[in-house]
Design a protein around this ligand. Sequence first.
Ligand SMILES: Nc1nc2c(ncn2[C@@H]2O[C@H](COP(=O)(O)OP(=O)(O)O)[C@@H](O)[C@H]2O)c(=O)[nH]1
Ligand SMILES: [Mg+2]
Length: 290
Amino acid sequence: MGVFGKMKGRLGGVFAAHRKLGREFYEELEETLILSDVGGALSAEITERLRAECEGEKLKDAEQAKARLRALLTDMLRGERALRLDTSPSVVLCMGVNGAGKTTTAGKLAALLTRRGKKVLLCAADTFRAAAAEQLAVWAERAGAALVRQGEGADPSAVLFDALRAAKARGADVVLADTAGRLQNKQNLMNELSKMSRVISRECPEACRENLLVMDAVTGQNGLAQAAGFSESAALTGIALTKMDGSAKGGVVIAVARAMAVPVKLVGTGEKLDDLREFSPEEFAEDIVS
Ligand SMILES: Nc1nc2c(ncn2[C@@H]2O[C@H](COP(=O)(O)OP(=O)(O)O)[C@@H](O)[C@H]2O)c(=O)[nH]1
Ligand SMILES: [Mg+2]
């Protein structure tokens, strides 16, 4: 079953309960979207757009509205696309607040890319906590990826510099850097991320880069406020939405895609090695409205 099963079940219930389109159907649809964490304003907007389309085409049966809703959601998520990692090396930075799932996502992404035949080098640029590099070392082992690390308290940019040099020397395809969620203060963290970005520009000016903001889906709408700081200071290229298997409700994907200027590219669905998938708007819409 897909990770969006809960939302799918709820939406399926709305279509099953109302065979005919009408006020009751639309009211229940809107409520269901809100319950699925889409957010109030966006739920109203989606419902209104669907109503306008169905009324415009004089549709009567709820069943006919399904295809419209799928198309509408796909359209709203348009622009979502796969990771761009065409150069060797390409560089991926995982950033985000503490506990969002950065280290886990870096590990799972290393595994996903390794399975695709890429030579991956993990970079332990969270030097703020000793345990972080240890945790990443375990993931590197599991994923069959190389690891570059230094001691606790090392300069994260220096670790990244080492990793980029090593990647070039060893012919690695992707450098995947885990970063700290918290330094002494927020400005400090943002400065550190900028510095890392400059190191990449200097060492690998031609490299494809993905700056992924790792966000915990369970925090739902609240996570969006935290994300604001990162989107201001780092040139984000995508979102990795983690913990979709938990109490997260699928609608948060739609809310995040709307609120952020960058696409949702990855979805985390658990704590195991293969619990990460690339996000596809078509598959998502297909999955939740079926
Ligand atoms: N259920 C579930 N747990 C996750 C997922 N991603 C991360 N976690 C867990 O969330 C916790 C924090 O993850 P971690 O990668 O250490 O976060 P970081 O502080 O951002 O590096 C750990 O217990 C992870 O196992 C996910 O997609 N699903
Ligand atoms: Mg971490």
